[in-house]
Write a new protein. Structure first.
Length: 118
C-alpha cells in the first residue's frame, strides 16, 4: 500500500492551496483518511479527517478555513485550505486507516511542505 500526496507549496497569507492524497495497492477497505501536520520540534497533529461514510473532524485552528473531502471510488482524499496563515506552515502528512492483507492499520504518505508567507 502506498499513499501519494501532492499539492503543497509556497503561498502568501490569505491564499489557498489544495492537497490531494491517493491510496494505491492491495486495499480491501478504507475506514478513514485524513491529514496531519508537523513542524520541527513539535508533535504531529491532526488537521482534518473523514470517514468512508463522510463524517468529518477538524482541528479547532482550521475550522471554517479548511475543508476535507473524499472520492471513495478513487481512494483519494482532498484538503482545501483557504485563508491560510503563517501558522499553517508545516509538513502535511496524509494518513489512511485501511485494511490490506491483514488487520486494520494506519498508513502514512511521504509528506508535503506547505509554507505560508506573511
Amino acid at each position: 500500500v502506498q499513499l501519494q500526496a501532492s499539492g503543497g507549496g509556497l503561498v502568501q497569507a490569505g491564499g489557498s492551496l489544495r492537497l490531494s492524497c491517493t491510496a494505491s495497492g492491495s486495499i480491501f477497505s478504507i475506514n478513514a483518511m485524513g491529514w496531519y501536520r508537523q513542524v520541527p520540534g513539535k508533535q504531529r497533529e491532526l488537521v482534518a479527517a473523514i470517514t468512508s461514510g463522510g463524517s468529518t473532524n477538524y482541528a479547532d485552528s482550521v475550522k471554517g478555513r479548511f475543508a476535507i473531502s473524499e472520492d471513495n471510488a478513487k481512494n483519494t482524499v482532498y484538503l482545501q485550505m483557504n485563508s491560510l496563515k503563517p501558522g499553517d506552515t508545516a509538513v502535511y502528512y496524509c494518513n489512511a486507516r485501511l485494511r490490506s492483507w491483514g488487520p486494520l492499520q494506519n498508513y502514512w504518505g511521504q509528506g508535503t511542505q506547505v509554507t505560508v508567507s506573511s
